[in-house]
Design a binder for this molecule. Structure first.
Ligand SMILES: NC(=O)c1ccc[n+]([C@@H]2O[C@H](COP(=O)([O-])OP(=O)(O)OC[C@H]3O[C@@H](n4cnc5c(N)ncnc54)[C@H](O)[C@@H]3O)[C@@H](O)[C@H]2O)c1
Length: 318
């Protein structure tokens, strides 16, 4: 049995719990949270041993654990990852990797030094509709990918958003580091390239130190360009992605259906598998632990590329 410790039992832990239900030979054996209700919900459902201090949990269980899943606020990712590394425990860390590039580099160094796996939870490549889009791009049927455009609107400052997301010290930034990280992950997956240049700007919300909206103009290292517009105000919730190729166009709709056309301009449509990406992601993470390769599909360098890009957009890094 593969034994897993969960550090952080907040909103996203629900997705991880659901993913574990699909795996027979892996179990969350211990969980930690400071919030009693969140901890109890996870432990009641999984039978995990409850902890309120993750350092105590890791110290006590290091020898029997195969993996720690870290789902803490961004500003706590670094300390928790380095602590797990120092105790020889492999890590799956939720995105975005950290609050700045130095934070990410410290994690990479600590995990390399300890010889533990560091897998960053960028999950766009596990979304069935993105897998279909990638296969369309790679088939060459629509020519070469030239440009991408993503526009997303959601109420980023809604009352149910945990407040730490809205404090830059703990979050690293607002909508761009949190949801923009998904957009850059998507771009990296579709292009197979890194972020070469990023420009644009963000709008800081009155009374806060992080942004509610932002626009980025991106050039990938293979020459593909992109524009990302993320708006965090009330109103219609939407997310649309368009990819422009030399012989056609692909659109991803909010319901995750995909439409595409060739030079004739006539669109075809496909409904895609609705299995949550987190299920495929965690199945892959556990398979990697099981086969002993410890080779993450999404490594620290990938996570760092995304954090560094967003920090450049903010003007915080060069
Ligand atoms: N992959 C995705 O699509 C996705 C979606 C949502 C969130 N996330 C990421 O998951 C992470 C967590 O986000 P969330 O929405 O679950 O936030 P959340 O606030 O709901 O959960 C964080 C949990 O950590 C706990 N916590 C805080 N400090 C702690 C400490 N010192 N020790 C133990 N527990 C502590 C909190 O009590 C809370 O329960 C973030 O990195 C976020 O960006 C990823």
């Amino acid at each position: 049995m593969i034994k897993v410790a969960l550090i952080g039992c907040g909103k996203i832990s629900r997705g991880h719990l659901n993913a574990f239900k699909t795996i027979d030979d892996a179990k969350i054996v211990a969980a930690c949270d400071l919030a009693e209700a969140n901890l109890k919900a996870v432990c009641d459902e999984t039978g995990a041993a409850p902890y309120t201090d993750y350092k105590q949990m890791i110290k006590e269980l290091a020898n029997e654990l195969d993996l720690a899943i870290i789902t803490l606020p961004h500003g706590l990712h670094g300390e928790a990852t380095c602590f797990c590394a120092e105790h020889g425990v492999d890590v799956f860390l939720e995105k975005p990797m950290g609050i700045d590039s130095d934070d990410c580099k410290r994690m990479i160094e600590a995990c390399e030094k300890a010889g533990v796996m560091l897998w960053v939870g960028h999950l766009q490549k596990y979304m069935p509709h993105n897998v279909f889009v990638k296969s369309l791009i790679d088939s060459g049927e629509l020519g070469e990918l030239v440009s991408c455009s993503e526009t997303r609107n959601c109420n980023y400052f809604s009352d149910d958003r945990p407040r730490w997301f809205l404090s830059k010290k703990m979050s690293g930034g607002g909508i761009m580091i949190n949801l923009g990280a998904h957009a850059l992950d998507k771009l990296k997956f579709f292009t197979g390239a890194d972020v070469a240049e990023i420009n644009g700007g963000v709008h800081i919300r009155d009374g806060y130190d992080c942004e509610d909206s932002g626009q980025a103009f991106v050039k990938m290292s293979n020459g593909v360009t992109a524009q990302l517009t993320l708006i965090g105000h009330t109103g219609a919730i939407y997310e649309t992605v368009a990819l422009y190729l030399t012989k056609g166009e692909i659109r991803i709709n909010r319901d995750n259906s995909v439409e595409w056309c060739g030079v004739d301009g006539v669109f075809k449509k496909k409904e895609c598998d609705k299995t949550p990406a987190m299920t495929y992601q965690i199945q892959d993470v556990i398979a990697t632990i099981r086969n002993g390769s410890k080779k993450p599909v999404v490594d620290g360098a990938y996570g760092l590329d995304i954090v560094h890009a967003i920090k450049r957009l903010y003007g915080d890094e060069k």
